[in-house]
Design a protein around this ligand. Structure first.
Ligand SMILES: [Zn+2]
Length: 426
């Protein structure tokens, strides 16, 4: 079956591969609408051209970008969300699954995640009483929707943030520099802060920014982790544009803004507080799983992890909320995050089930045996952004206030509260 398809495709390719066809493909008269990704405009044309030849995204990839497609036959062990067992498929099958709207975890390199922690006595997390009201209200009074908008405008101007592409590498480097030069470099030098590029086998890096306790204590080494994923994906074809404004540009700038104000207001936590921007979530949690695996391998404890994925979409005629997912999460941590949100956010708070075929990076921490939760824009069944993963429609320019920075800012308040209340404050 596969052979005959590729034979037909090669034959058609040979016919199409005339001077005339190539001229159409290479002649880029497309207006430059993505400031950072001009190089990819010819690719976009090629995809349009050759999508008439094959409906299969893998065959299409081979025609359009043979070098980039070199790994598509590699076997990968994937756990499709909603299925019980992992199965051996290929790197290219990921594209086919995305075409069907399916997501998955790629466990090929992290098959043992959670095994060491299963037999380890975890440091007990007692979720502390809410006690930093004055401090937290001061910090959140400095949050700015304006800064979030500027950052998201930049982030979504990359052609896409596909983790395996040059664009995905460039967007991740931009984010790294943004954290470093726009926030850390301006910090009070007495605050111990660090930033780390967590590199992967693909061009996009995960980014970890960390507040170190000023007076480290051997019984307070467990980290508080706040996360979002920086990559975006066009499920039609990964080389097509994917602004990923809501998924998960919104979470990325939500936690970036929380980090900015915590630095500006001189957070001095008792426990390490970390902000993670994960690469490759759409490739099967390829950023967060190796990070969680490293923490597990090094025997590091985590006090609590909270993921922010999709924080800005506001469905017309629905009251906007701060929602917490109840599936694949730690329930006490989720209840604690709910109580923090009720205390510090201004929108109503709701609990919601996730449909079986959805998820995010908190699952990596959950699978590793750490306490993790997931905050998002609404009830997935009725209030999620319908434009995510589709060609160019996941933008911040939706009609009727459907994309709301005010909504996202509520989640920045939750991130600040989570950092300060769970991380402690001196
Ligand atoms: Zn997402």
């Amino acid at each position: 079956m596969k052979l005959s398809v590729s034979f037909v495709v090669s034959a058609l390719f040979a016919v199409l591969n005339t001077a005339n066809a190539l001229q159409v493909v290479l002649d880029d008269s497309h207006p430059p609408h993505h400031a950072f990704g001009l190089k990819n405009a010819p690719l976009e044309h090629r995809i349009q051209q050759f999508s008439h030849v094959t409906a299969d995204p893998v065959e299409l990839y081979k025609l359009v970008d043979p070098d980039g497609a070199a790994d598509l036959n590699e076997p990968r062990l994937l756990k499709i969300w909603g299925e019980q067992e992992a199965e051996w498929l290929t790197e290219g099958d990921k594209l086919r699954l995305h075409r069907q709207g399916l997501k998955f975890t790629d466990i090929t390199e992290t098959r043992n995640l959670g095994q060491k922690n299963k037999v380890k006595v975890q440091a007990a997390t007692e979720f502390p009483e809410i006690s930093y009201g004055t401090k937290i209200r001061d910090v959140i009074s400095h949050l700015s929707a304006h800064d979030m908008r500027d950052n998201l405008e930049k982030l979504t101007s990359f052609f896409n943030r596909f983790y395996k592409s040059e664009n995905g590498g460039a967007s991740s480097h931009w984010l790294y520099l943004q954290v470093l030069t726009y926030i850390i470099a301006k910090a009070d030098p007495t605050i111990p802060l660090s930033i780390r590029k967590f590199t992967h086998s693909f061009p996009q890096s995960s980014i970890i920014a960390r507040f170190e306790p000023r007076y480290p204590s051997s019984n307070k080494t467990a980290a508080v982790i706040i996360g979002a994923h920086q990559d975006s994906a066009n499920y039609l074809h990964p080389l097509l544009p994917a602004p990923g404004a809501d998924d998960d540009g919104s979470g990325t700038v939500t936690i970036l803004e929380a980090f900015r104000v915590l630095v500006e207001r001189n957070l001095t936590p008792e426990y390490p507080v970390e902000f993670h921007w994960y690469a490759g979530e759409e490739g099967g949690l390829l950023g967060s799983r190796p990070i969680a695996a490293e923490y597990e391998m090094l025997g590091r404890d985590v006090r609590g992890m909270l993921q922010f994925d999709m924080t800005a979409y506001t469905k017309t005629n629905h009251t906007p909320t701060v929602a917490f997912i109840t599936t694949d999460v730690n329930t006490p941590l989720t209840e604690y995050a709910v109580s923090l949100s009720k205390e510090y956010a201004d929108y109503p708070v709701q609990l919601a089930k996730l449909f079986p075929r959805a998820g995010s990076d908190h699952m990596s921490w959950h699978d590793a045996g750490y306490k993790a939760g997931f905050a998002t824009e609404g009830d997935p069944y009725t209030e999620f952004d319908p434009y995510v993963h589709t060609s160019v429609n996941d933008t911040m320019y939706l009609p009727d206030g459907e994309f709301s920075f005010e909504h996202a800012l509520e989640f920045s308040k939750v991130a600040v509260a989570f950092a300060v209340e769970l991380g402690g404050c001196m």
